[in-house]
Design a binder for this molecule. Structure first.
Ligand code: KIV
Ligand code: NA
Length: 279
């Protein structure tokens, strides 16, 4: 299987083949995504919540992201890898953003970086892409700015907001982004914007008209305890948490009930040796 490159993604986009993207945060979650044939693997800062137990993504550090990126990179032989630059690591200046992006390539071993924001981030996107680092933009609902957005709210619902979203999309494309994540936007708006662009849109909660889709792996595989809130757009394709719980409970019961380990799980020793030893 040939490595996915920017050219591969561009030709998928040109022939109307949907681009598949999923998050991963460590070696096993990247390995399974790779085996499933995902085109792109994102080390999203959502790992703050799903892998590190933090309240939101604003807490995660560049160093922490880089550790996870390196482990994901080791399992990603075909997929195109993208590292999510965390809040605070790119907003100060294009220079700050470029030095962070370089760390994601050199230390994180990623193929590209992602950053949140629209037209205001254009000079920053330009600085990073000019240095030869591909940038995946992220517009619409930008979780790192949840405080300013007033929480996790659908974007582009009014005519004004939809026009702002279109301006953002055109600006990040013009600045050199190879594609953009479009999050939590009405399907009509996301489809309309997609139709006006020359680069792919990767939707999450943006309907079926985008050039590709992305989901958080822990959400879509059901790797979380019952009762957790899931956004409307998440489809739960599995019950990984339930399966792990079942396995660990069985192990507990068998150890307590003395049925594990059984004969087949123990190392044999010749009878004479046992007698000689035990006496
Ligand atoms: O952090 C993340 O996982 C993301 C995707 C949901 C796009 O930004
Ligand atoms: Na993110």
């Amino acid at each position: 299987r040939k490595k996915v490159t920017l050219n591969t993604l561009q030709s998928m986009y040109k022939r109307g083949e949907k681009i598949t993207m999923i998050t991963a945060h460590d070696f096993p979650s990247a390995h399974v995504a790779e085996h499933a044939g995902m085109d792109m693997i994102l080390v999203g800062d959502s790992l703050a919540m799903v892998a590190l137990g933090m309240e939101d993504t604003s807490e995660v550090l560049v160093e922490e992201m880089l550790l996870h990126c390196r482990s994901v990179a080791r399992a990603s032989s075909r997929a195109f890898t993208v590292g999510d630059m965390p809040m605070g690591s790119y907003e100060i200046s294009p220079q700050q953003a470029l030095s962070t992006a370089i760390r994601f390539i050199k230390e994180g071993r990623m193929s590209a970086v992602k950053l949140e924001g629209g037209a205001e981030m254009a000079p920053t996107i330009r600085a990073i892409t000019t240095a030869g680092i591909p940038v995946l933009a992220h517009i619409g609902l930008t979780p790192q700015r949840q405080n300013a957005l007033g929480g996790f709210r659908v974007q582009g619902k009014s005519k004004e907001s939809a026009k702002r979203l279109l301006r953002d999309a055109l600006a990040v494309q013009e600045a050199g982004a190879f594609a953009m994540v479009v999050e939590a936007v009405p399907q009509e708006v996301a489809s309309f914007i997609t139709g006006l662009l020359k680069v792919p849109t990767i939707g999450i909660g943006a309907g079926s008209g985008t050039s590709g889709q992305v989901l958080v792996q822990a959400d879509m595989t059901g790797n979380f305890p019952p009762g957790r809130f899931l956004p409307k757009f998440v489809k739960k394709y599995g019950d990984v948490w339930g399966e792990a719980l079942r396995a660990i409970e069985s192990y507990r019961d068998e150890v307590k009930g003395k049925s594990y380990p059984a004969e087949e799980h123990t190392y044999p020793m010749a009878r004479e040796e046992v007698e000689a030893f035990v006496g």
